[in-house]
Design a protein. Structure first.
Length: 234
């Protein structure tokens, strides 16, 4: 999806390019158009979209007005506003760790934190150290395409859970073996089964180690494993 001349509904500004960053828009799990203007922001959006406790989020939500110590007025537009299932609201900012030592950035963060506290919100700062690292980011980008319900398959889900719970007692199983077994049992093409399994992985029905690459050269990695969390086995 390409950027339009006007920012998406509810955004106070359009994301900009400095010639070195990437920018774009996505449609989040709530159907909202959300902007990003760096790979770091895109990485955060993948986590937010996959988090079952997050119901919705938007970009460039509002301008915070504040005064510095000299009484000079400033405005600051945080990156994202997040709504959680329990009713909590959060403001999320993405930055580089080296920028956090700058006096103006520290004053801005202090002002934003005070504004959020007065509203009963949380202010959350992300840096390159806390955001998805290369392997996790690659995995999330590979799995997000399977987010839509069109990839959900009742029989694949039923057999995957049965395999992992009954036959393997919840222990990790190589994804390629799980996909092959289900494809044989259902007599359906393995790519369809793999798509159904990736849908389950994205939505957390199956668990994997996202810090290890799931795909290598477009093929499922032989050491990619899947399992079910204990509380989901019953």
């Amino acid at each position: 999806m390409s950027l339009k001349r006007k920012p998406p509904e509810g955004n106070v500004r359009l994301v900009s390019s400095n010639g070195r960053n990437i920018r774009g828009v996505i449609t989040n799990k709530a159907g909202r158009t959300v902007q990003f203007e760096s790979w770091a922001e895109r990485a955060l959006l993948l986590r937010l979209d996959r988090d079952p406790d997050v119901t919705d989020y938007c970009s460039q939500p509002e301008r915070f007005a504040y005064l510095d110590r000299d009484g000079k007025s400033h405005t600051y537009t945080p990156d994202f506003k997040v709504w959680r299932r329990n009713g909590e609201v959060e403001i999320h900012e993405v930055t580089m760790s080296v920028r956090q030592t700058r006096p103006e950035i520290r004053r801005r963060a202090e002002a934003a934190r005070e504004i959020c506290q007065a509203r009963g919100w949380r202010y959350v700062v992300h840096t390159e150290k806390s955001l998805p690292q290369p392997a996790e980011l690659a995995n999330l980008l590979a799995l997000v395409r399977y987010r839509p319900s069109a990839y959900a398959h009742q029989d694949i889900t039923r057999l995957a859970l049965a395999q992992l719970v009954l036959r393997h007692a919840g222990q990790p199983v190589p994804l390629h073996i799980l996909a092959t077994t289900i494809a044989d049992d259902l007599d359906v093409p393995k790519p369809i089964v793999l798509a159904g399994l990736c849908h389950l992985l994205w939505h957390g029905k199956l668990v994997t180690n996202l810090n290890k690459l799931l795909f290598v050269s477009g093929e499922l990695a032989s050491n990619a494993m899947a399992w079910i969390e204990p509380e989901k086995r019953s």
